[in-house]
Design a protein around this ligand. Structure first.
Ligand code: URA
Length: 435
């Protein structure tokens, strides 16, 4: 077998078989196939796509390139969730305790934030002492004890993805639906759960800007997961405006705690209940989404979800006092309000620009190894559809330097649109895909 022939076959739009895929990926990981040939292959996939069978084989081969987590010693049906990335997306912090409290084991591996989107591991690290690096054995023991644990991805989880992503990044092949689908689903397959609920974001702050793209990505991931024995469903949800009212690591942890006290923003609460209802159905703790939702509402209002979050923090060595005293979380020294320049209704709050403003403050990373400041970020006083008076605070900026505040304000100034008539608030959930 020669890589040249595999590239040629793909370039001519013919599907590759299992052996060809294995040959290419294994050779690439071992350094036997050079980057320039794999780059050509990626570009051929970009233009010619992949068939369903091919995508499943490619995903499986990627998943098998490193450690495959074996969760079989944990009783019950393990269900995972994944978001394709958003601004202010602290869903995992709320959803995981709720679902775990409902009896579904959640062994969650999460990523760090990159670019304008945040990551769960960074958010959790704003809780003093919280360990997101655990041995596999400790991770599994913790899930057995309290039904959940949340850790960073192990170093050897899908090494093929790390290497391929680095090439995609420099060859204009990141935004290929089969390559995104295989990248995400290979990590989920390797993480070992039996059920998966995907939150595919669409809109200004998301990877997928248009609904057709988001639906297409969701369908390919759902199909691939189900084909490979991972029961998968997807929701297409809005990322035109940030989720909830905070963007920035410690600020988002505070908002998640408030949400688990049933005092959180409506959109975040609604999204968690909806995603969670699907997780309960997949975990066989509810016969329908309505039943799942009712169970989760009971858990939310009785604060059993908050108790589970406390147990999660303690299980991973964190300071659980933050729940009763949120001032124990990192607080930024400078707080400044940005006031609305005119009266009107908020038509839009651009999630991408808010994410960029938060990054300017130091809440996110431009490059993988950048330092981030857990205390800084932006609070939104209003959401799209709300009325705002002239001079009313629109944003509250938590910062560690006046210079950074000024730079963030320059971005924030341009991040919203005011109109005279009350607009329809944008939908939160656009679609759900089960097959
Ligand atoms: N997230 C991933 O994990 N991989 C991609 O290719 C895109 C988004």
């Amino acid at each position: 077998m020669r890589s040249y022939d595999i590239i040629l076959k793909k370039r001519n739009g013919q599907p590759l078989n299992k052996n060809e895929i294995e040959f290419l990926l294994r050779g690439f990981i071992k350094g036997q196939i050079p980057d320039y040939q794999v780059s050509a292959f990626l570009m051929a996939v970009y233009f010619k796509g992949m068939t369903r069978e091919e995508l499943a084989e490619f995903t499986l081969s990627m998943a098998g390139s490193g450690d495959m987590m074996d969760l079989s010693s944990i009783p019950g049906i393990k269900v995972d969730k994944h978001s394709t990335g958003g601004v202010g997306d602290k869903t995992t912090l709320v959803l995981v305790p709720l679902v775990a409290a409902a009896g579904v084991p959640v062994a969650k591996m999460s990523g760090k934030g990159l670019g304008h989107t945040g990551g769960t591991v960074d958010k959790l690290s704003s809780i003093k002492g919280f360990q997101t690096e655990l041995t596999t054995q400790a991770f599994i023991e913790k899930v057995k004890n309290i039904n959940t644990a949340v850790v960073g991805q192990t170093a050897n989880l899908v090494p093929a993805d790390k290497k391929l992503y680095a090439l995609r990044d420099v060859t204009a092949t990141v935004d290929s639906i089969p390559l995104i689908a295989s990248s995400i689903m290979s990590k989920k397959i390797a993480s070992g759960a039996q059920g998966l609920v995907l939150d595919v974001k669409m809109g200004r702050g998301a990877f997928m800007k248009r609904k057709e793209e988001a639906v297409s990505l969701a369908k390919r991931m759902v199909e691939t997961g189900n084909r490979l024995g991972l029961k998968t469903r997807a929701l297409i949800t809005s990322m035109d405006q940030p989720l909830g009212k905070t963007v920035g690591n410690a600020l988002e942890v505070k908002e998640a705690i408030k949400t688990l006290m049933a005092k959180g923003p409506q959109d975040l609460t609604e999204l968690c209940l909806t995603l969670g209802s699907h997780m309960l159905v997949l975990g066989k703790k509810a016969n329908s989404e309505d039943e799942g939702r009712a169970k989760l509402e009971e858990i939310l209002y009785s604060r059993k979800g908050l108790d589970k979050f406390k147990a999660l923090i303690e299980s991973q060595g964190g300071q659980s006092e933050v729940i009763g005293d949120m001032d124990k979380l990192p607080c930024a020294p400078l707080i400044e309000e940005y006031h609305c320049p005119a009266v009107g209704f908020l038509k839009e709050i651009d999630a991408f620009k808010i994410g960029m403003a938060a990054m300017t403050l130091g809440a996110g990373r431009e490059k993988k190894d950048d330092f981030i400041d857990l205390s800084v970020g932006i609070e939104l006083n209003k959401k799209a559809g709300d009325k705002v008076e002239k001079g009313e605070p629109l944003f509250i900026i938590h910062s560690n330097s006046r210079e950074r505040t000024a730079k963030a304000i320059e971005v924030l100034k341009d991040s919203f649109i005011l109109v005279k008539e009350k607009p329809q608030p944008p939908p939160l959930i656009y679609d759900k895909i089960k097959k």
